[in-house]
Write a protein that binds this ligand. Structure first.
Ligand code: OGA
Ligand code: MN
Length: 287
């Protein structure tokens, strides 16, 4: 197994591993540690299928149920589909996947859940000939860049994350009745710490609408400034997808966003699973 850096701030490409086979424990432990250290791992030329994808995901912890079918219809599925291809393999129109353009805002997966996702695992089966990248940036490097007074200002603070808030920025009909009924704003720590490496990061993204106990006039510009700090252009890694790419990222300390593509012209079919976090972020302590 070979590990080489992808970007100066985070990320690694791992070669010499076939994820479709059951990995031995030492190999898995190396991958797990690399993920805690590098936050983003790329495995190329993989021959995955849903079963192998689910089995590998379970090695990291508990599967998180896919949120759209769960909150819309109470259905539990663990394999999410990303892109513009329906269950029968047909391409849907760009208009039909409009609500997924919410993914084009910088976010951390499931930060709107009381227990936010730890990792997301995404693999590409069909990719557009142009565009359709996913961009990533490190909220850990951003924390290191913050001045002492900003660090002090955010220490111990709580952000309010709200899916309905973020999705209705696109349009009022981007959320359905089930989602309005069952998805409530949740409290998340604004500063988190990796339990293995001890490194701190800010925890923000498109779902954050308020900071508890801070007037909006102060909180809104602060949220905006923190997201901008994480995602400054030189800190962003844009992943250009190839079929067979298998990517894992740490939602605790990275932000990501879709970069858009011509969904009327090209097919894009990717499958995604997520690993549930170890508990509510609010219960995590800083050492
Ligand atoms: C995701 C996501 C963006 C993209 O799968 O969680 O945000 O590029 N995807 O499709
Ligand atoms: Mn996402």
């Amino acid at each position: 197994m070979n590990i080489e850096p992808l970007h100066t701030e985070f990320g690694a490409r791992i070669s010499g591993v076939d994820l479709s086979l059951e990995l031995d424990q030492p190999t898995f432990a190396q991958i797990d540690l690399a993920l805690n250290r590098h936050s983003f791992l790329l495995f190329e030329n993989q021959q995955m299928n849903d079963q192998a994808h689910l089995d590998f995901t379970r090695r990291f912890g508990e599967l998180e149920e896919e949120h759209v079918s769960y909150y819309s219809r109470g259905e539990i599925t663990y394999m999410g589909t990303v892109g513009n291809i329906d269950a029968d393999g047909n391409k849907v129109s760009a208009r039909q996947i409009k609500s997924s353009t919410g993914n084009e805002m910088w976010h951390s997966d499931s930060s709107f859940r009381e227990i936010p996702a730890m990792y997301s695992l995404l693999t590409a089966y069909e990719v557009p000939d142009e565009a359709g990248e996913t961009a990533f940036a490190s909220a850990r490097s951003a924390y290191q860049r913050l001045d002492p007074s900003t660090r002090e200002l955010i220490e111990g603070r709580v952000g309010i994350h709200d899916y309905i808030y973020s999705r209705t920025q696109i349009s009022e009909d981007a959320v359905n009745q089930g989602q309005r009924t069952y998805m409530h704003p949740v409290r998340q720590r604004l500063v988190r710490q990796n339990p293995v490496t001890g490194e701190r990061n800010v925890y923000v993204g498109s779902h954050v609408k308020e900071i508890e106990g801070m007037p909006d006039g102060e909180a809104k510009p602060l949220i905006k400034r923190l997201i901008a700090e994480v995602t400054r252009p030189e800190s962003v890694y844009r992943h250009r997808w190839q079929v067979g790419d298998f990517v894992i990222w740490d939602n605790r300390c990275l932000l990501h966003c879709g970069c858009g593509y011509d969904a009327d012209k090209y097919r894009r079919r990717m499958h995604q699973t997520r690993v549930r976090g170890a508990g509510p972020s609010i219960a995590e302590s800083l050492k």
